[in-house]
Design a protein around this ligand. Structure first.
Ligand SMILES: N[C@@H](CC=O)C(=O)O
Length: 311
């Protein structure tokens, strides 16, 4: 598998105009800036941060195409594949291929979050999506507190399937992290292991090949440094970056819900000069008055200023 995501893989927001239609100029600014940051290895569009499930199928295809144009072949575009039924998800993956997605990040079927799943169903979902679309796939490990989290055996069986080349792990249970990551790595030495613990990046940075995070779409520069410090096993350097970023982490990811983090990312991108406003689609709501300026102050304190000059 030739895709190399060993580094930072931001999951960018999807910019909208004030009327909530897609803002292609802003997609171009955002994609072009992110692809130009040294250490960024790919962009995952249509994820949670990208409000992917709030878009029509046509809009999803347009977002993939627009980010592809923006990055101009510098990095691959990877699509979130979120359809609830496996056949629907396979169709979604085929559409993503037709507009140039290089890989897919496969979400669990939504109903599993509440009801759980039958043994073997996740393996079957990955197999069918890959067989029908040919898309290389990333295994998405959901938090341990959900019923859509995969036990180690399920992860190992998915990771061993043809077409699965990486895992985005957000298990948020350190006992499972500490015991499962070494086994995944030992049994699949080529599997690229990416953390997606936006709010626990320091703590998960020493065991991974990279990070696939929404945070990377706002603060790619320090996250590239953090990944390098983790790979060098330089705790002091990683800790210093973490501490510098903590005000940003607090204002973006220590909010009421991880979904609210998406709105906060957009507010942050306004402060960084990439977006003109933080319009989101419902069911997301704007943040409370004053949140935008708190996020702007936090970014400034971390030395993350406007990037307009780079665009
Ligand atoms: N970082 C989040 C949101 C990503 O899709 C996660 O842990 O899943």
């Amino acid at each position: 598998m030739s895709l190399d995501l060993r580094g930072l893989v931001p999951a960018p927001v999807t910019p909208f105009k004030r009327d909530e239609s897609l803002d292609f100029e802003a997609i171009n600014r955002l994609g072009s800036w992110l692809a130009g940051v040294d250490g960024v290895k790919g962009l995952v569009v249509l994820g949670h941060a990208g409000e992917g499930t709030f878009l029509t199928a046509g809009e999803q295809a347009a977002v993939i195409s627009a980010f592809r144009e923006a990055v101009d072949d510098r990095v691959p575009i990877i699509a979130g594949i979120t359809g609830e039924g496996t056949a629907v998800a396979a169709e979604e993956a085929k559409r993503a291929v037709s507009v140039g997605a290089a890989a897919g990040l496969v979400y669990p079927s939504h109903g599993w979050l509440r009801f759980g799943f039958q043994k073997g169903a996740p393996q079957d979902r990955y197999r069918q999506i890959h067989e029908e679309s040919g898309l290389p796939l990333i295994l998405f490990q959901y938090p341990d507190v959900t019923k859509a989290t995969y036990d180690l055996e399920t992860q190992l069986e998915i990771a061993a399937q043809p077409g699965v080349f990486a895992t985005k792990n957000g298990v948020r249970n350190m006992r499972r992290w500490d015991t499962e990551i070494p086994v995944l790595r030992a049994e699949n030495p080529d599997l690229q292991i990416l953390t997606c613990h936006d709010e626990y990046l320091l703590h998960t940075m020493f065991d991974v090949d990279g990070a696939l995070v929404g945070y990377g779409g706002l603060a790619p520069e320090p996250l590239v440094e953090l990944i390098a410090a983790g790979k060098a096993k330089d705790y002091a350097a990683a800790r210093a970056i973490h501490d510098r970023l903590l005000p940003v982490t607090r204002t973006v990811y220590h909010r009421g819900s991880h979904m609210e983090g998406t709105v906060a990312l957009k507010e942050g991108l306004v402060a960084r000069g990439v977006l003109e406003h933080a319009t989101v689609r419902p069911p997301l709501l704007p943040l409370a008055a004053g949140a935008g300026s708190e996020i702007a102050k936090a970014l400034e304190s971390a030395g993350l200023n406007s990037v307009v000059a780079y665009v």
